[in-house]
Design a protein around this ligand. Sequence first.
Ligand code: NOJ
Length: 548
Amino acid sequence: MKIPWYHKTTIYQIYPRSFYDSNQDGIGEIKGILSKLNYLHELGFETLWISPFFSSPQTDFGYDICNYTDIAPEYGSMDDALQLIDEVHKRGMKIVFDMVMNHTSIEHEWFKESRSSRDNSKADWYLWQNSPLPFLREKLGLKVPPNNWKSMTGGNGWHYAKERDEYYWSSFLPFQPDLNYRNPEVKKAIFEIVRFWLRKGVDGFRLDIFNVIYKDAEYRNNPFSPKLIPTEEDPSGFFQEAKYTMNQPESFSFAKELRNVCNEFGEKILLGEITGNTEIIKKYMTKKGDGLGLVFNFEMLNFKFNADYFRELINKIERDFPDPFMPVYVFSNHDRRRSIHRIGEDFRKAKLLHLLQLTVRGVPAMYYGEEIGMTDSKFPFSSALDPIPHKFKWVPRVLLDSIGLTINRDEVRTPMQWDESRNSGFSSAQKTWLPVHENFKAVNIETETKDANSLLNTIRKLLKIRTEESALREGSLDLIGNLPKDVLGYKRKSGSNELVVLLNFGMKDTDFETEKGDCIFRITEKDEIKNNKVELTGYGGIILKFPN
Ligand code: NOJ
């Protein structure tokens, strides 16, 4: 089977609001991205995924869309978006838009009309249900939701609209009503939007919370679960099994329908944001590759920094997602703690982590700023711009931190750190939408560009090697046994192109015997191979190439 381009690519996520502000209003925008394309091209990522910049009240910073084919004025114009597509392509790169098709904003004209009465032309475009006990409201003013479903953010996801004397369902937050995909008109309208952007030349989509796209047709109550906190593998939580609100059989066939629409335009990437176990993820991807084709492997967002953890992870992924499946290695995004924050801001560990990410069998997805080791800020919940922390203000912060939850997503969305100047060169405004992280004088692109051994240059080198060695892009992976306890090793092979990657997760130097190969990459000068002996420094790593 021919390998699609998106199984061999490397992905870089841009959060437009925080990338680069070219018009001094403190907010990044499309023109800002345009002016930094050379940086991204030179860095070496092949595919750019841009978080949403469509018309939106920005209550969830673009994940609440009120017009899918219009650009939010603070991010630019349609011309800017078209220029972006064009300029990315001119550099031989690909561009992926963020498709939030599960829900719209409450401000979308579709929803406004849908809410206005029970018999308008869009009355059935969203999920409307009646209370099972309407008299309780009539007589006592009590609102009883249609069933027991809880939203993904906890609490009741049904919201009362007096215009219809009914409740609408929202999987995420109350201002993000879910569309009704059982209505063929909705499907048609969304597929037309997909076609609209494909016609404009985008290379595909990242699909927001695709796992909740369908809900049970009969609105059956979800069963009880003892689980409080949802996890990547099992999205049940808040004492409820998400049996009827997530990963419905129709969602898997919808993935295929969407693939067919994309196929009208050639080979397009569909990258799913899905929570669920392996079997579920594979149902979206399909062995034939006629579903989504790529799904983030989110379980690794909570990685532990040791060789055993990664050995087991790779083992599991290789077992669960063998060729022709392709996993996606991701350690950070706009909703989660930054990867370096999880490893105590240790740049040596970050280099090792990304050596792994860029050399295992999988598509790497990196979040803006991860390449320089940008870390999380800490902000009080009370002044958060992100709506989520306001829901959890009553929970003690230490408790949430100790469980490792990212509640205040502002903390992971601070402006890109370009240089040492004011606002780290992100903007010349008096005030940026979120404050720049205080470490910007040390952690920024300009400084790290000058340092040959910086994290940035390490990643740059690795991305270059990936383009030169087919084994890394499309080769098989075999774990190597009998290595020192803290060392992880694997062989990548494609035809006669054969490489070995060795990573020392221990803090102490180590050495061991290996096959003789040429060193084509090392984390530090002291990571080396002499005859048949490899020497790795603490957190050191090396790539060896074997002559064919
Ligand atoms: C997942 C997105 O990644 C997140 O940022 C957003 O708030 C929700 N989906 C709702 O669209």
